[in-house]
Design a protein around this ligand. Structure first.
Ligand code: MN
Length: 500
């Protein structure tokens, strides 16, 4: 199905403003700059870098971003107050996102001002910003709960004062796709400057509503990476972008193959985990478990994949569980140089299914060790732990020293860390540093309920260039479990297994 949308659609990314307003998220200026560079590389048209009024650190960040020589227009959030605009100007931004509450609820309870007073503040602010050379995007906050004729008057007065663009904010996420299209069509009849949509996900409709706004004539949309943002979040940028490209044939400047990488960077810096089943960028977005599905995908990916993982920089994964098929296992083992006979393969499949029935998730490393033991292959271990010593306490910097055997040589290194696990893993990475470029992408502890002597399971995800492996370690000692997981993953990544 193809529906006509405006030919030119601009993307405003507000990961660094609305996204950073996610409860518990706070980025340093350097982290914000790093994110902005990535967003620029991704091809974002406008980066809302923050809100200059917030703090000294925030201003530092916005200024760094504004002076980083990026292609994107750099924008600061601003209230209709002269001092806000002055602070934005001091950060050298190109534009302000001038946000003015327009609903009765916001006027009465938040601002305690009349509509006339607030509109006058808006006009003054626009005139002041324009006189100082700023591009002005005039946002009606809580527009979705504002009387439509008030809203039109507000925008028209703003445009008369030379606002460059207008934005309709569904601040509390209460629109539906139907009334969104309708209201944008209505607005576009009279508003000739570009109109943007800013949608929130309180009912899980932010992406649908954003698409509906574009169908109604919006020429710009606001979104965040991973859909992070206040409460249930903002519209998710990667979902809108891929929908526009896939269903509407829209041409955007976005380099879609950077979407997953960008998502991961934002996940890491904000500490807000991406749910595994999240569309486009989630860990399982291109993962297949059921036997029939895997078989289909291996024969022809289009059977169960609407877009290719490569398009968004993702990768296809086969998850092993009780539903796994022997075909998938055969392909996965072949990738690591193991080619079991039919009979051996059957045994491997049975063991995987047995574990699956017990509710276990089987990692790549587990599969390999199962296959090795079935096939009687003694994998030559790349690295082995000979000794580990950790010192920690309230009066010492946690320090670890490790003695690792790599092939036939022994290496000794020590490192400090924020805690004993960090120190131990740092020491291992120090040894490996010169030998292999292995990154720890994810570290997760699964505490198994019980006393302090209970078993702890540590899951790690390691990456070396484009190769990713997951591995697990379990021990009663969290440091040992971590080290075990790390070394299992490293061996999985670096060992060349003898072909049978
Ligand atoms: Mn918002």
């Amino acid at each position: 199905m193809s529906t006509k949308l405006p030919t030119k659609i601009r993307v405003l990314d507000t990961t660094l403003r609305d996204g950073e307003q996610t409860p518990g998220v706070s980025l340093t200026p350097e982290e914000k700059l790093r994110t902005a560079r990535r967003l620029d590389e991704l091809g974002i048209d406008i980066i809302e870098a923050g809100s200059a009024i917030t703090s000294e650190g925030e201003r530092q960040a916005i200024k760094l971003i504004a002076n980083a020589g990026l292609n994107a227009e750099i924008c600061s959030f601003s209230r209709p107050i002269q001092s806000d605009i002055d602070l934005a100007l001091a950060c050298d931004v190109d534009s302000i996102h001038l946000v003015v509450p327009t609903s009765d609820i916001h006027l009465q309870y938040k601002l305690k001002k009349t509509r006339e007073q607030v509109n006058e503040m808006a006009i003054k602010a626009i005139e002041y910003a324009k006189a100082h050379g700023l591009i002005v995007e005039l946002s009606a906050e809580d527009a979705s709960r504002t009387n439509i004729s008030h809203l039109k008057e507000f925008y028209k007065a703003g445009i008369e004062a030379k606002a460059d663009r207008c934005c309709f904010c569904d601040t509390v996420g209460v629109m539906t796709p139907e009334n969104t299209t309708q209201i944008f069509q209505e607005l576009k009849k009279e508003i000739k400057v570009p109109v943007a949509a800013h949608c929130h996900d309180d009912f899980g409709l932010a992406v649908a509503n954003t698409l509906a706004s574009l169908r109604g004539g919006a020429e710009e949309f606001h979104a965040t990476i991973n859909g992070i943002g206040e409460r249930a979040g903002n519209a998710s940028l990667e979902e809108i972008v891929m929908s526009l490209i896939s269903f509407y044939g829209t041409k955007l400047n976005i380099k879609t193959e950077l979407l997953v990488e960008t998502s991961k960077l934002v996940e890491r810096l904000t500490g807000i985990p991406v749910p595994p089943n999240k569309a486009i960028v989630g860990e399982h977005a291109f993962a297949h478990e059921a036997g029939i599905h895997t078989h289909g995908v291996l024969a022809y990916p289009g059977t169960y994949e609407p877009i290719t993982p490569e398009m968004v920089g993702h990768r296809r994964r086969f998850i092993l569980g009780k539903d796994v098929g022997s075909h998938a296992i055969k392909v996965m083992l072949k990738e690591v140089g193991l080619e079991p006979t039919e009979d051996e393969l059957k045994q491997v499949v049975n063991r995987v299914k047995e574990l699956g029935d017990k509710g276990k998730k089987i990692t790549d490393a587990d599969l390999q060790s199962i296959a090795e033991s079935v096939m009687g292959v003694i994998g030559e271990k790349f690295v082995e732990l000979n000794e580990l010593t950790v010192v920690t306490g309230n009066r010492v910097t946690p320090t670890a020293s490790v003695r690792l055997k790599i092939r036939d040589q022994e290496f000794l290194q020590s490192a400090t860390g924020v805690g004993p696990v960090d120190a131990a893993l740092n020491a291992i990475q120090k040894v490996l540093g010169e030998l292999a470029d292995v990154n720890l992408d994810q570290y997760r502890v699964e505490a198994i309920t019980g006393g302090t002597d209970a078993l702890v399971e540590v899951h790690v995800k390691l990456r070396r260039n484009n190769q990713i492996v997951t591995a697990r370690g379990s021990a009663s000692d969290i440091v040992m479990a971590s080290v075990e997981a790390m070394l299992a993953g490293i061996n999985r990544l670096l060992t060349r297994y003898p072909k049978k």
